[in-house]
Write a protein that binds this ligand. Structure first.
Ligand code: NIG
Ligand code: FE
Length: 433
């Protein structure tokens, strides 16, 4: 591979470092601790951040090597760590505009699913699709993520619902991680819905997830996490516990879609099984929130899903005040949140969940990294971390949430390479080694 020149990103109006947050997600008041350096600079080499600090400091340190580097002038620009989306259903085929219209005419999300649509409709389309088609449709979504400054995404399976098709989805995610510059972290979610054929005997399907799918996914090393849709009419808390405990035995860390439609004990279960994150939580109980705070479970909140399902968003404000570490995500999927706009999610975090702009930025960088166990690698601008950085068209971090519906990312650096330059994608595929 061609040797990369060092990158010297100079004189950002605000360099949001989020320093000293690699060991654990930020909580409570610390969620506003952005550790901003004004007139800040970063030296990047071999894909890694070598130094970050005030420009005078970095200039003095690298004085003798200055002419080796490509200099990127960041004056007048905000610079943040690469954004992290910790909850997506990235790999799928097709779309569901028909259901969108049905919902606008009064049908509910769960009614559509119970009638064989919803997740079942996307499962049918995804089973039909070849792996090449899944990769191609998902690559398009990754390109759009990257253009907005998202440099790592989590991706769940769960539109296969059989061993063969779950493996196909996870293989597609693995290939996307290999080929695209955006890093893709995989989660197995065979327990996303009970397939129609098992409606009368869901335990048989749960058995399959536990005894066939989880062991095979683990054997092939296709996922790091194991997720389940714990909701009335989908998987009960008992079934969810069994699935999550089975995953743990095979080294898959638990995650859970919890208390989205009604309070169902999902937040409590997340704390009990030691989940890395519990996601959605629109209707989580007070005791569930408390239990998550005590167990250190990250709440991954998805205000775009509430917006799109015309529901009231999760109470992010209350969760932060209760000491729960909060992250935000798009939930990118064709049914409940067909968006790749983490930028819109940031606005909704402020306007619909009462979070401050600083909390929102923490929730989309370091806390999102911790929600996928990458806090030691990405999510902050510190020596030794992966050089994932975003330069924006605005000077102040609050503009990201304030000027809504706009992509402010201008230059995106992924693993030390310029992937988007001045708004134009220049390098989105990984070099084949
Ligand atoms: O996170 N809630 C369950 N799963 C997805 C939606 C999947 C779909 O509708 O296709 C979610 O919202
Ligand atoms: Fe989801």
């Amino acid at each position: 591979m061609q040797q990369q020149k060092p990158l010297y990103i100079r004189r950002a109006s605000q360099l949001v470092t989020l320093a000293d947050s690699s060991n654990a997600p930020l909580r409570g008041k610390a969620m506003e601790r952005l550790s901003i350096i004004e007139n800040g600079s970063v030296w990047v080499e071999d894909g890694t951040i070598r130094a970050a600090g005030p420009d005078e400091e970095i200039a003095a340190k690298y004085q003798t090597r200055m002419n080796e580097a490509e200099v990127i002038d960041a004056s007048g620009r905000l610079v943040t760590p690469g954004l992290v989306d910790p909850h997506t259903h990235l790999v799928y085929a097709g779309s569901r505009e028909n259901e969108f219209e049905k919902r606008l005419r009064g049908a509910t999300y769960m009614e559509i699913m119970a009638a064989g649509g919803g997740i079942h409709a996307t499962t049918a389309a995804t089973r039909e699709a070849s792996i090449e088609q899944l990769i191609s449709e998902s690559t398009r979504r990754l390109d759009l993520f990257l253009q907005q400054g998202v440099t790592t995404v989590e991706a769940k399976s769960g539109y296969g619902l059989s061993l063969e098709h779950e493996l196909k989805q996870l293989e597609a995610a693995k290939e996307l991680d290999r080929s695209h510059v955006v890093d893709v972290v995989s989660t197995f979610m065979g327990a996303h819905a009970v397939p129609a054929a098992y409606r009368e005997r869901p335990e048989v399907f749960v058995d399959q997830v536990v005894t066939e799918m989880i062991p095979e996914v683990a054997r092939r090393k296709l996922a790091e996490f194991n997720d389940v849709f714990c909701e009335r009419g989908v998987f009960t808390p008992e079934q969810s516990r069994r699935i999550l405990e089975a995953g743990k035995k095979y080294g898959l860390a638990p995650k859970i879609h919890a208390d989205e439609i009604e309070p169902y004990g999902g937040a409590e279960l997340a704390a009990e099984v030691g989940a890395v994150s519990a996601d959605h939580l629109l209707r989580a109980s007070k005791t569930g929130i408390q239990a998550m705070a005590e167990a250190g479970v990250v709440a991954v909140l998805l205000p775009g899903t509430a917006f799109f399902l015309m529901a009231e968003a999760a109470d992010g404000r209350n969760m932060i005040d209760a000491g729960v570490p909060v992250a935000l995500s798009t939930d990118c999927n064709p049914g409940s949140s067909p968006t790749v706009s983490l930028s819109l999610i940031m606005n909704l975090g402020c306007l619909k969940m009462g979070m401050t702009p600083a909390e929102v930025l923490t929730a989309t960088t370091i806390n999102a990294a911790h929600a996928i166990r990458r806090g030691h690698e990405i999510g902050s601008i510190e020596e030794g971390k992966k050089a994932d950085l975003v330069l924006y068209d605005v000077p102040d971090y609050r503009s990201l949430q304030y000027a809504y519906g706009v992509n402010h990312a201008r230059t995106v650096i992924k693993s030390g390479c310029v992937a988007v330059r001045d708004g134009f994608p220049v390098h989105s595929r990984k070099a084949v080694s």
